[in-house]
Design a protein around this ligand. Structure first.
Ligand SMILES: [Zn+2]
Ligand SMILES: [Zn+2]
Length: 288
């Protein structure tokens, strides 16, 4: 499933990343997605045993103990402890898009060098039409069946939970409509509303795997990009600033004018200006 990547075979990161072996704390087989990408920049991925579900589950039994990047670091520390020096980790977050009525998947894949505590983070953001949630009080009707098929069932697995969370344990990894219907029936018989939602664990969600792959490509790119000041790998865009001029009236808009590139090893940063003009849709004056 891994296709041509910008991180090609001719690009290798500088030391200490080149040739390093990284311990990857994952229980949901993310190594199948991440390892081939990092292999192309000379990094060896080794799966290490660690119960990542103790740091939060998408189905909600275990809440995440902090912001995504902190959880990423905690997992990477566990990976590094098992492998000696380098730890690899992946963490995903789902939430509403700030401007559109869609769910967005933000995936982070990070590599930690435990000797310097430098964490290089690759990111990918994508709309997630496969991440659906629907509450059911009676039959799984045609409208719900269509929604589940659009989300990608059976490749995209489903979870059925009770509206009263503690009442019935979630049924996960459901791979066909009959199993979904049976699980809904059991929850409803217990006297509560049932919720069907996408199983977002990486090995049950092809859509999520594609975004994790893109985050791994971003990590490989960053590891191969050296900081102009200190020469360490990991230099790349970290944040954006709005203000790109409107193509109609030239006023500053909400579209990105600068991308701020930062080095995770030193304090060097560069503000790079985006060329061109913004779509008037981003302009408060032309498109109020
Ligand atoms: Zn304008
Ligand atoms: Zn630097």
């Amino acid at each position: 499933m891994v296709t041509a990547d910008p991180a090609g075979t001719d690009r290798f990161p500088p030391p200490p990343y080149r040739g390093a072996t990284a311990g990857f704390a994952t229980v949901h087989h993310k190594e199948h997605v991440v390892a081939p990408v990092l292999d192309r920049v000379g990094l060896v991925v080794e799966v290490v045993p660690f119960d990542t579900d103790s740091l939060g589950t998408f189905s909600g039994e275990v809440p995440r103990p902090g912001p995504a990047v902190e959880v990423l670091r905690t997992k990477a520390v566990a990976g590094a402890a098992a492998s000696g020096r380098f730890g690899l980790a992946s963490e995903g977050s789902f939430g509403p898009d700030p401007s559109l009525p869609v769910t967005v998947d933000v995936e982070l894949v990070g590599l930690l060098d435990a000797s310097s505590e430098v964490l290089v983070v690759g990111r990918a953001v994508s709309p997630a039409p496969w991440a659906v949630t629907v509450t059911v009080h009676g039959d799984v009707d045609d409208r719900i069946v269509e929604l589940l098929h659009r989300a990608g069932l059976p490749d995209q697995r489903m979870i059925v939970t009770s509206a009263e969370r503690s009442a019935v344990a979630p049924v996960k990894g459901l791979a066909d409509l009959d199993s979904v219907r049976r699980a809904v029936h059991d929850v409803l018989r217990a006297g509560h509303g049932a919720t069907i939602s996408s199983d977002l664990r990486a090995d049950r969600s092809p859509g999520r795997r594609a975004v994790i792959h893109d985050a791994a490509v971003d990590l490989a790119e960053r590891l191969s990009t050296v900081c102009p000041t200190c020469g360490a790998g990991g230099f790349g865009p970290e944040s954006t600033e709005p203000g790109l001029p409107c193509s109609w009236c030239d006023s500053p808009t909400s579209a990105t004018l600068h991308r701020v590139h930062r080095c995770p090893s030193c304090t060097h940063e560069e503000r790079r200006t985006v060329e061109g003009a913004a779509d008037p849709a981003h302009c408060a004056r032309c498109n109020p």
